[in-house]
Design a binder for this molecule. Structure first.
Ligand code: HEM
Length: 567
């Protein structure tokens, strides 16, 4: 009898009734509850030391299995490389944060060959064929090797530069493309000249004074003033007021944060820590810059169809388009900021570095000045079209691009499961090109670490030197290749090309004190153009003779304006 009762109480309806009146902890049938209680008592009896031993054991077991997998079973395991890089992202983190990433890659390539594993899931290549396989392969302008998640500060919207979905990227790129047509660039020239003239006028005013000027700051100001106004009619007045705008301040302020953000996205458990690396002052300045920017954007949206001059925003949100909804506004805000940054930093660096490199070579500098001054009777004649006939200037600008190449961070992509330079790279494995190592390799360039514009001259130019005849100049793509290459190629020619000749020989740093020639190696926030402007964060002083030896850098250069009279 008792047996049947107990059987009944364990039957479904009986159990259901008892469940209704029971606390959740009592839900388990009695037969199961005993072992669980015993186990809990047993767990409660474990001492702290035993817990620690258990935890360490579990971690060691996990780490060993992980190492074994990465070393022997991972799809990238057949490629050689530093062992630490194969098993962990610590290799990357160390070289990234210390600013030695491109140099470490160059060393690894020297040691292990043309394909090296530089991360548990990442390979780097150096042959030009690999570069075209990775960046130039596409179908109907949709890249085959999508951009890797590298920087994403858009708060949900990746705009153009950070977009990793090839189809979405193609849509945004298509929308913005007309802003960079020849006709559109021409219509933007007056805006550009307005700032260049103001810059030259200011140089006359303050550059001739005792102590001169710090050129890096001034080139940042002029390049950003132009870029902001061309992007979405944002007037920053930095050159006019000789004062840094909050936007530029905040950009440099969050620099270190961006470097940490890039590292910690490879260590997801630690990624909440990234916010500890933003200095409070930078947060304030960032918030201020963002709200200012938003206000300017609202202003620009309201002005659609009634602006003083053409800008890129005309293509992003034409006058005929309906008023953007909040989500679209957020997207416009991200793309506009990306265009501003992408169009500012490379121009500032190119102008500054071309001047600095050529000043280190007085004979060459004089040849450049002579070329410019003999070509133009009047200052006003210096226009982008007229500059096309100046081979030495063109060569000097190209040589600066080679030495300060934007892709120091590798322009990482993800393999779709395709062949790169004859190697099948499984789907999902990260790939990148060793741009820095390529430009510094004696295999590809004669005297690779020196500023030698001669290598870019045509063979019939009097300054051409046959020693550079076999340089791999045809494999150098400073604006990258394929669907993600720089849309601003035409604009950059107009901006940096005109800035230098309009100063033609008047900006000088002689006598150039050692301090003014030191390189300030800084990680560039937001990686203009989606590229990593330089190799890492930190400061370092180069020796005078070694100016071109190190990573792409932003030199600090004190200059004086020399009045040459006449034009
Ligand atoms: C000397 C000047 C410049 C150089 C060397 C340069 C170089 C580059 C490179 C190498 C990329 C490819 C990045 C990647 O693959 O991830 C790029 C992308 C880009 N550049 Fe430039 N750039 C310059 C000037 C400009 C200018 C003046 C603009 C004008 C706004 C601009 C706008 C962009 C944009 C929007 C992208 C992103 C393209 C995309 O992701 O589809 N750049 N640039």
């Amino acid at each position: 009898m008792s047996t049947s009762v107990s059987r009944q109480s364990n039957s479904f309806p009986g159990f259901f009734v008892s469940v209704v009146h029971t606390r959740p902890s009592q839900l388990l049938p009695t037969a199961m509850a005993f072992p669980l209680r015993e186990s809990l008592e047993c767990v409660a009896g474990i001492t702290a030391i035993q817990w620690t031993t258990l935890a360490l054991g579990a971690v060691s077991l996990y780490a060993s299995v992980r190492c074994f997998y990465h070393l022997y079973l991972h799809p990238a395991s057949r490629f050689p490389g530093p062992k630490l890089a194969a098993i962990s992202n610590v290799w990357y983190a160390y070289y990234w944060v210390t600013g030695k990433y491109p140099m470490a890659i160059a060393k690894a390539l020297n040691k292990y060959g043309d394909v090296v594993r530089i991360g548990p899931n990442e390979l780097v290549f150096i042959s030009p064929k690999a570069a075209s396989d990775i960046y130039a392969s596409h179908t109907k302008h949709m890249e085959h090797f999508p951009k890797a998640k590298f920087v994403d500060l858009g708060g949900g919207d990746k705009g153009l530069t950070w977009e990793t979905d090839p189809a979405k990227h193609r849509d945004v790129a298509k929308r913005i493309a007309p802003a960079f047509s020849v006709k559109s660039i021409r219509s933007k020239e007056p805006t550009m000249h307005k700032y260049i003239d103001l810059f030259v006028w200011k140089m006359r005013e303050v550059g001739g004074q005792q102590g001169g000027i710090e050129l890096r700051t001034w080139t940042d100001w002029v390049a950003m003033d132009i870029s902001a106004e061309l992007a979405y009619g944002h007037e920053m007045h930095q050159v006019e007021r000789a004062k840094t705008a909050p936007f530029l301040d905040s950009l440099w302020g969050v620099n270190f944060f961006v470097a940490i953000h890039q590292i910690l996205h490879r260590f997801p458990l630690l990624s909440p820590l990234q916010y500890a690396f933003v200095p409070p002052a930078a947060i304030v300045s960032e918030l201020r810059a963002r709200s200012l920017n938003r206000a300017k954007l609202e202003q620009r949206i309201a002005q659609r169809g009634a602006t003083k001059h053409a800008d890129h925003f005309d293509q992003l949100s034409p006058a005929s388009a309906p008023d953007p909804m909040p989500r679209e506004k957020k997207h416009l805000e991200v793309v506009a900021a990306q265009l501003l940054i992408a169009g500012y930093e490379p121009i500032s660096s190119q102008f500054l570095c071309t001047l600095m490199f050529s000043l280190q070579e007085p004979k060459l500098h004089q040849q450049l000045v002579d070329e410019i001054r003999s070509a133009f009777a009047r200052y006003e004649d210096i226009t982008p079209d007229a500059l096309a006939g100046l081979p030495l200037l063109h060569a000097a600008l190209l040589e600066t691009l080679r030495l300060t190449f934007i892709g120091g961070g590798g322009l990482p992509r993800v393999s779709p499961g395709a062949t790169v330079d004859g190697h099948h790279i499984p789907r999902g494995v990260g790939v990148q090109y060793a741009h820095w190592a390529f430009t510094r390799s004696p295999r590809y360039f004669h005297e690779p670490r020196c500023f030698r514009p001669q290598r870019w001259l045509p063979a019939d130019h009097p300054a051409w030197d046959p020693a550079f005849a076999s340089d791999a100049t045809e494999h150098f793509f400073p604006f990258s290749q394929g669907p993600r290459s720089c849309p601003g190629m035409g604009l950059r020619g107009a901006r940096r090309g005109c800035l230098l000749p309009r100063c033609s020989g008047r900006l000088t740093s002689s006598p150039c004190p050692a301090k003014s020639r030191s390189f300030l190696r800084t990680r560039f926030a937001c990686t203009a153009c989606g590229a990593n402007r330089s190799s890492g964060f930190g400061c370092f002083r180069g020796r005078n003779r070694d100016l071109t030896n190190e990573a792409p850098s932003r030199p600090s250069l004190s200059c004086r304006w020399k009045d040459l009279g006449g034009r």
